[in-house]
Design a binder for this molecule. Structure first.
Ligand code: N2P
Length: 384
């Protein structure tokens, strides 16, 4: 995020605040005070949430509505970039949004979020301290963010279809080769290669593949990533936000995606009685961890309801339901013993310690890196 942008954002936010102030009704006179309803602390029974698709267990929102009488409006976005653009434009109308921590950092710094009233969220202590410490990089003091789920960006494949397309070629030692090495992509294009359509997903993976820091501060590294990607561009036909359908529906046989969604696709294929085996792979050089975090927007109209929802979500049984049904690991330590055996034993959902230590933790981009990243991705996608 460039500084000028934030400055102008901050200025318009100030102006907006000034307007809002003017529009507020003046204090009631003693006469009108008699009949004025006590509206001070009462929030309308509404909560507006903006989250990623395929992330909330069926029935969870209805259970919250039933218990609290608060009506939940739930919308979805497909990339961090899309959410970020909305937040920067302002007046989203959303109370809770769920950015990845890489984006949450500049959003907090830019004044787009409000600090949590932690004393009013009693289940916060259920969160895994080890995860909360890693989030301090994005959110010093853990004052703004509560993890919804975490997972990692990796390579997913339809093993059955991909192996057929590869013919005699053995599986590479490093699964990233399947999506980044022309020897493999030139074969796999026949059954479909899908990339997430998000610069901040693809470029860090590409940087990592060429042996650079996935969140490099050096613009020259981004150029190298674009050069590498340019060699496989012609083989990549699907830029997608619908990885689950692409893999489960047979449109793609290999994809750069999120382990959770790839596992949902695997499960869906089974439900559809397909004989194809879909898997989230664990590349030998590591995959890229992400944390998706709930935050309350600066201009949320229903911050109290938002706190109630966060507290509700942090109940162990709700966090466990998310992991058991959506196949994304929870950061709720108190939920771990409620995981179903097939989830707990799936190594691409609950990653083993020795693989975990190989994975790349999320970081953040400098403004300069952000610009280099955007231009690397655009030139890659355009094929120039
Ligand atoms: C979608 C989950 C989003 C994960 N099912 C990527 N942040």
């Amino acid at each position: 995020m460039n500084k000028k942008y934030f400055l102008s954002f901050a200025l318009s936010a100030l102006m907006l605040a000034a307007c809002t102030q003017q529009e507020q009704p003046s204090l009631p006179t003693p006469a009108s005070a008699v009949s004025a309803p006590v509206a001070v602390n009462v929030e309308e029974k509404v909560l507006n949430i903006y989250n990623w698709p395929d992330y909330v267990p069926e029935g969870m929102l209805a259970a919250f509505e039933k218990e609290t009488g608060i009506k939940v409006n739930y919308d979805t976005f497909e990339t961090n970039e899309a959410l970020h653009a909305k937040l920067v434009a302002g007046n989203t109308g959303y109370d809770i949004v769920v950015p990845g921590s890489v984006f949450a950092k500049p959003q907090i710094e830019g004044g787009l979020m409000q600090p949590l009233d932690k004393a009013n969220i009693k289940n916060l202590s259920n969160l895994d301290p080890a995860i909360m410490i890693t989030l301090v990089k994005a959110d010093p003091g853990n004052n703004y963010l509560v993890p919804w789920a975490w997972s990692f960006t990796t390579v997913g494949w339809n093993k059955t279809k991909a192996q057929k397309a590869l013919g005699n070629m053995p599986m590479p030692e490093n699964a990233w080769d399947l999506v980044f090495k022309p020897e493999y992509t030139s074969k796999l294009k026949s059954c479909g290669i899908a990339y997430l359509d998000s610069p901040t997903e693809i470029i860090p993976a590409a940087l990592h593949y060429i042996g650079k820091d996935a969140y490099s501060h050096n613009p020259a590294d981004y150029k190298l990533a674009a050069d590498m990607l340019g060699k496989v561009r012609q083989d990549v036909r699907i830029f997608s936000a619908t990885m689950i359908d692409d893999l489960a529906g047979g449109k793609a046989c290999v994809a750069i995606g999120w382990a959770g969604d790839i596992n949902i696709a695997a499960n869906r294929a089974k439900d559809n009685k397909s004989n194809d085996e879909i898997e989230a792979l664990l590349p030998s050089t590591g995959a890229l961890i992400f944390f998706d975090t709930m935050a309350i927007t600066k201009d949320a109209k229903h911050p109290k309801n938002a706190h109630k929802f966060i507290e509700f979500y942090l109940r162990p049984e709700n966090a466990a339901l998310m992991t058991n049904t959506m196949r994304y690991p929870t950061a709720n330590k108190a939920a771990i013993d409620q995981l179903k055996p097939d989830i707990a034993s799936n190594k691409s959902i609950i990653v083993e310690t020795n693989y975990f230590s190989k994975m790349i933790p999320p970081s953040s981009f400098t403004n300069e890196a952000r610009a280099a990243l955007a231009s690397a991705y655009n030139s890659f996608k355009k094929g120039k």
